[in-house]
Write a protein that binds this ligand. Structure first.
Ligand code: S3P
Length: 742
């Protein structure tokens, strides 16, 4: 029994009846009273047991009601006014009143007019649930389970009343959200009211067209799926359209103009632009489907309700097989960026369909670039040229991806429009001044939050000038950002790196026919050139291959081959470091694909020893340290990492996250400001936190191979940012991994 006293439900249709049934099932209140105009409805509700008492007019029970009781108005939108008038006449002011109407602005205005002010105990609400069935007979106690109820409190509301209404909905299993009244009506106009307008209109059009007399006989699944909602209660929906007239008209106008535009494209047979509309829509719908299944975390909405994905890994095992891990993340980002800025078409194979690279892809779609795919790693980008991007209609959301945000900021600095870059909770804590400051030196105004944190607002439209920039840290993202801005800057843009960093941007610019100069550690571009669309074959990502390289290196009896892996000299720190530790690792079938060297990497088990990691290898293995520290934990003796302070500003502070996890698994280690010391030993079982960092999660997964007990890794949803099929491949090569969602 919760704290709910009596609940009176005025209107015993599907919505009211289901609330009554749900409250009964939960035993959530002292008494449920139903009010229905028709005596038969009252009898039916009593017979079904959804209410304890049923009356035909609220005045019959008004004298029983007092403080803490709730009256829920569940009648069609345009009838709410009449009910509110009845309530005002007979209900004491300390009774809480709430409603379920689909439009909130009209109810707010009616309530205010009837009472002469907005009563503190009147809480507006809207359960987002229903079905095509109606009437008390259709009542379903589980209708609200895991459904959303939007409460739209007014400033005049008493906080206790709002809490009581929330508690009532939570008691029947609903998830309660809050919104402003006007926002609610605008959002619902687009997401619910407009689809109903279109469905009713389409069926009406087809049903009345004499040529289509037989339409329903021949109509296939598409028609059925699309028009399901045209079977909803016609009068209820008529009332909703009238009550939310302004917002509905705005939504219809926007849709009509887009439909006319699509008509013109079909008329002109403009295949590319039609592809643009359909691919954008398909991508958005696929993402929505995933969101509903809680598979992706990466839209802003999803981010707040991220599913807790937990990996449980059984100890022991052997790593065997021949596998190809997904495409390189850095190259995937750049292929979309340069493909979009090129003239002509770019075909990409081996594209990484992970959340980070998809965020970049979506950002360019949002700027009007037509992109086909990804379809099993194949993407076709219809380039718009260096000056062809369009202002996006909202902020560009790049999820967890630092590479997207930093590289995009360079491109956006050169555009004529203002843009905003936003990201998820983790990205919103990462430093952006490292790109914003040199871009400011080039002449663009950039606003960030305090200490250079995202969102970044980039005020394009200023003339950029080339600069000579000495990078204070070894960062490929900063270098790439400035080179990309340099494509738009007057004169030459020169970046000096303190140590070599990955050079995919330079290689790919050349692949697109753009001249890039390098002398020693200085790289430069001049504006005025153009990019020409090309074909790109993306090698497998050495950073993803690393988890299985280390897995085989630590696990007796292992022998694995990772095929078609990119072995760009600026990325092979992991190979060098593992070899220094004594790993039995060979590069086979070395070749060059589309300007990038690749090889099959074979790793067989051999005992590892602890080493002092050479500092010149640090930038060349910057993403591989979480996994390498697992190798260190399994090596004999001490491994010392220095010169790696950059690890502290990755998706999480990777030094701290690894130190905490290793300590939890019984390994002696000590973090230092710029690195860590790990003493090899016996890993125990235990629970570790990934800190929502994909690479930490995967590293502790492979640690279980050498642990004495099972390892549980918490918060692994972000593995999909870089390695969407990690779990399948891990199982394929011999890791016993269970995934649970909380
Ligand atoms: C990347 C550069 C590196 C790396 C990141 C990808 C790139 O970041 O850690 O995962 O694609 O340019 P920094 O530039 O911050 O070192």
């Amino acid at each position: 029994m919760t704290g709910l006293n009596k609940v009176v439900i005025v209107g015993l249709g599907l919505i009211g009846g289901s609330l009554a049934a749900g409250l009964q099932k939960a035993g959530a209140c002292q008494k449920i009273i139903g009010v229905a105009r028709r005596e038969e409805t009252c009898q039916q509700a009593l017979k079904m047991g959804v209410v304890d008492q049923a009356v035909t007019h609220i005045s019959e029970v008004a004298s029983e009601l007092g403080k803490g009781d709730i009256v829920f108005i569940s009648v069609p939108t345009l009838t709410v006014r009449a009910i509110v008038e009845q309530l005002k006449a007979c209900i004491p002011s300390d009774v809480i009143i709430t409603d379920g109407a689909s439009v909130k602005g009209s109810v707010r205005d009616d309530v205010r007019e009837i009472y002469g002010h907005f009563p503190a105990n009147f809480v507006l609400g809207h359960p987002i649930a229903g079905s095509e069935q109606s009437g008390v007979e259709a009542s379903n106690p589980d209708l609200y389970v895991k459904h959303r109820v939007i409460v739209t409190p007014m400033p005049q509301n008493n906080a206790e009343a709002v809490t009581a209404v929330r508690a009532m909905w939570q008691a029947v299993g609903a998830e309660v959200l809050e919104m402003e009244v006007d926002d609610h009506d605008v959002v619902l106009a687009s997401t619910s009211h407009l689809p109903h307008v279109i469905a009713y209109s389409l069926v009406d059009t087809l049903a009345h067209d004499s040529h289509n007399e037989n339409i329903f006989r021949y109509a296939a699944g598409g028609f059925r799926d699309f028009t399901r909602i045209a079977s909803s209660d016609a009068i209820m929906w008529r009332d909703i359209m009238l009550a939310n007239k302004r917002s509905v008209l705005d939504a219809i106008d926007l849709f009509s103009s887009n439909l006319s535009r699509l008509r013109a494209l079909i008329d002109k047979e403009d295949a590319t632009e039609i592809t643009g509309v359909f691919t954008r829509a398909k991508f958005a719908r696929d993402r929505f489907t995933k969101m509903l299944e809680h598979k992706a975390y990466s839209s802003p909405m999803q981010n707040t309700e991220e599913k807790l994905v937990v990996y449980t890994v059984a100890p022991g095992g052997q790593i065997k097989g021949r596998i190809r891990v997904p495409g390189d993340k850095s190259i995937s980002h750049r292929s979309i960026m340069l493909g979009s800025l090129a003239e002509g078409t770019t075909h990409i194979e081996g594209f990484l369909e992970g959340e980070d690279a998809l965020a970049t892809l979506q950002a360019f779609r949002d700027m009007g670039v037509v992109i086909e795919g990804p379809e099993q790693g194949t993407v076709t980008v219809h380039g718009v040229g260096l000056k062809g991007l369009q202002k996006p209609s909202g902020a560009l959301y790049v999820g967890n991806s630092g590479t997207s945000m930093r590289l995009l900021s360079g491109i956006l600095a050169g555009q004529s429009f203002q843009s905003e870059l936003t990201g998820d909770v983790s990205l919103s804590k990462r430093p952006m001044n490292r790109v914003a400051n040199p871009l400011r030196d080039m002449g663009v105004t950039i606003d960030t939050e305090e200490n250079g944190r995202p969102p970044m607002v980039i005020n394009g439209g200023s003339a950029l000038k080339g600069i000579n920039y000495e990078m204070p840290m070894a960062s490929a993202q900063v270098k790439s950002c400035l080179l990309l801005a340099g494509l738009y800057a007057e004169g030459e843009t020169t970046v000096t790196e303190p140590a070599p960093t990955r050079d995919h941007t330079e290689r790919m610019l050349r692949g697109f026919g753009y001249n890039v100069q390098r002398e020693g550690n200085v790289v430069s571009v001049k504006s005025g050139g153009k990019l020409t669309g090309t074909d790109i074959d993306i090698p497998a990502d050495i950073s993803s291959a690393t988890f299985f390289m280390v897995a085989a290196a630590i696990c007796p009896g292992s022998d694995i081959t990772l095929t078609h892996v990119g072995i760009n000299p600026t990325r092979i720190g992991v190979v060098n470091i593992l070899r220094l530790m004594g790993a039995n690792l060979s590069l086979e079938n070395e070749r060059e694909v589309g300007g990038e060297p690749v090889a099959d990497i074979r790793v067989q088990y051999a005992p590892l020893k602890g080493i002092q990691i050479p500092e010149d290898q640090v930038p060349l293995a910057i993403d591989e340290f979480p996994a390498l520290l697992i190798a260190a934990a399994c090596a004999e003796g001490k491994t010392v990492l220095t010169g790696a302070e950059e690890l502290r500003v990755k998706e999480t502070d990777r030094i701290q996250a690894m130190a905490d996890g290793l300590t939890a698994l019984g390994i002696e280690c000590e973090s230092t400001p710029d690195g860590i010391i790990v003493v090899g030993g016996q890993l125990t079982g235990g629970t570790v936190e990934s800190c929502h960092d994909h690479r930490i999660a995967m590293s502790f997964t492979i640690a279980a191979l050498r642990a004495s007990g099972a390892i549980q890794v918490n918060n692994c949803a972000n593995v999909t940012t870089s390695f969407p099929n990690f779990v399948d491949l891990a199982r394929e090569v011999g890791i016993s991994l269970e995934v649970n969602c909380a």
